[in-house]
Design a protein around this ligand. Structure first.
Ligand code: SAM
Ligand code: SF4
Ligand code: F3S
Length: 465
């Protein structure tokens, strides 16, 4: 249902703030973002908006008078987790009928999901499509001030949220979306359907945001987009390599990371920009998805294995130590053993430092959903295990190259796994555990690497000689 007579966002924010300030206690909101870093970045804006409207934020769902789930639709498992979570909090709504339950994000941009929520989770009050940043305040207004029990708006909006308050999860690592949406329509992927077409932020808005973050002491700036390499194409403006170079001119002690890069658009201009900038980290995430040209074609990826390998060679010829990570899908419809062998072969050639491998998940509405798929689920799981075990071997061997060397690490804080140890990531995006102090959190530290494992390096802080 659409509500047309709701005031503009700024008026709604003011009205909700005035209403909440009249309550005997400040109400608390619990927000959880599932999915990718772009969704988490949206969540940071939603947290900013909730704060602006007068909510305090809590990490305890039991203390909240508003619960907001910012969802992900990329795989069936992601959606199942959200439905499971909605079921598990039903009792809170029964105990506290005034509790406001809100679901937003990529899942709710699908009519089928909205229908399922309506049928099976009728106690959800507010449902917003993936453009919740624009619609949260108006829908809260409709619910709180106009008494709309179900305030639902699953439309996707094509604007770009600028000037929205942001509550960042980290005081030293900042996510900066440079563009929204995706035009690529990889045949397995739901994202273009739920996030809409590509919209690039203006370079001046990105640059101002990064400049402010660096002046506030942020040490890592993560530029985000579903395919950052097509930045600027929709507006005909500055392209991504040029944006990187402009950001790099901002003086300060910080790293620039970015993701994701689509191999079809990752040309030598991008590689030259990465290598030429002083602030870019020595790590590139370049999702390959498959090592079989036949599968890449059916995925609509628009590059070949040969092109991918030539990009890797270009980068490694100029910087042999550059760290490379990827995404891979196992069991795409009718993937044969031969196709899978081609993926293993590509992994052996590139020797990725890390990979995110996923078993193909059918997404209704995508092209791949109607492709025949005769490979049994058991076979797909076995392929996944074979791929992961190859990657583990490669990672152990790759990581040995760091032993005895000093890596600069941005310290994230104390390790949850080993008491007394600090943890962080190096420029190469390697997870590093080291003996240090809590005061190092949020700072760059030089760590001498003493041991390597498959998923991490360990070491100790280099002392001045
Ligand atoms: N835009 C990024 C790109 O193209 O590299 C990736 C975005 S997607 C959110 C992250 C990863 O999820 C993809 O790289 C792909 O490996 C995986 N993925 C997307 N759709 C999938 C599906 N239907 N089943 C399994 N994995 C999927
Ligand atoms: Fe999905 Fe492909 Fe777009 Fe990435 S580039 S978000 S995989 S459609
Ligand atoms: Fe998921 Fe949406 Fe990101 S589907 S991976 S949260 S863009």
């Amino acid at each position: 249902m659409q509500y047309t007579e709701i005031p503009e966002t700024t008026e709604c924010i003011a009205a909700v703030r005035s209403y909440l300030s009249g309550l005997p206690e400040q109400p608390l909101a619990y927000l959880h973002s599932f999915g990718c870093q772009l969704n988490v970045a949206d969540g940071e804006k939603l947290a900013g908006l909730l704060t602006e409207m007068g909510y305090g934020l809590t990490g305890d769902v039991n203390k909240a008078s508003l619960i907001l789930y910012n969802t992900c639709a990329v795989r069936e498992h992601a959606e199942d987790r959200v439905f499971g979570t909605l079921g598990s909090i039903k009792h809170l709504k029964t105990e506290h009928p005034d509790l406001i339950l809100c679901v937003t994000g990529c899942m709710t941009a699908q009519q089928s999901v909205a229908d399922k929520i309506a049928a099976s989770y009728p106690y959800v009050d507010i449902v917003l499509g993936s453009s919740a940043v624009q619609r949260l305040a108006p829908m809260l207004y409709a619910h709180l001030m106009q008494g709309q029990g179900h305030a639902w708006d699953i439309g996707t909006y094509a604007d770009i949220p600028e000037g929205v308050p942001v509550i960042r999860e980290s005081p030293f690592k900042a996510a900066v979306p440079v563009m929204y949406g995706c035009n690529n329509f990889c045949t397995y992927c739901i994202v273009p359907y739920v996030r809409g077409r590509e919209r690039s932020r203006k370079p001046e808005d990105v640059l101002t945001e990064v400049q402010t973050l660096v002046s506030q002491g942020y040490k890592e700036i993560m530029l985000l987009g579903q395919n950052v390499n097509s930045y600027g194409r929709d507006s005909g403006g500055m392209d991504f390599p040029a944006l990187l170079r402009e950001i790099d001119r901002i003086p300060g002690d910080y790293w620039i990371r970015f993701m994701s890069s689509h191999p079809k658009d990752a040309g030598t201009d991008l590689m030259d920009a990465i290598l030429g900038c002083t602030h870019t980290a020595k790590h590139l995430h370049l999702p390959v998805q498959s090592g079989s040209n036949a599968i890449l074609k059916r995925m609509n990826r628009n590059y070949t294995v040969e092109k991918y390998l030539s990009q890797v060679k270009y980068l490694r010829d100029r910087c042999p130590d550059f760290s490379l990570t990827t995404d891979l899908i196992v069991g795409f419809p009718d993937e044969s053993e031969e196709d899978f062998q081609a993926t293993l072969s590509l992994v052996r050639q590139v020797r990725f430092d890390n990979m995110y491998a996923f078993i193909y998940s059918k997404r209704t509405g995508t092209k791949a959903a109607s492709m025949p798929d005769s490979t049994p689920a058991q076979e797909k799981s076995e392929r996944m295990q074979r791929l992961l075990s190859l990657q583990r071997e490669i990672a152990v061997e790759n990581n040995r190259r760091f032993v005895g060397r000093t890596l600069t690490v941005l310290c994230d804080g104390e390790s949850h796994k080993r008491t007394g140890m600090m943890t962080g990531r190096s420029s190469e995006n390697m997870l590093v555990e080291f003996s240090g102090t809590a005061a190092m959190t949020g700072h760059f530290v030089d760590v001498v690497i003493t041991e390597s494992h498959s998923g991490k390096l360990t070491g100790s802080v280099r002392t001045a000689s």
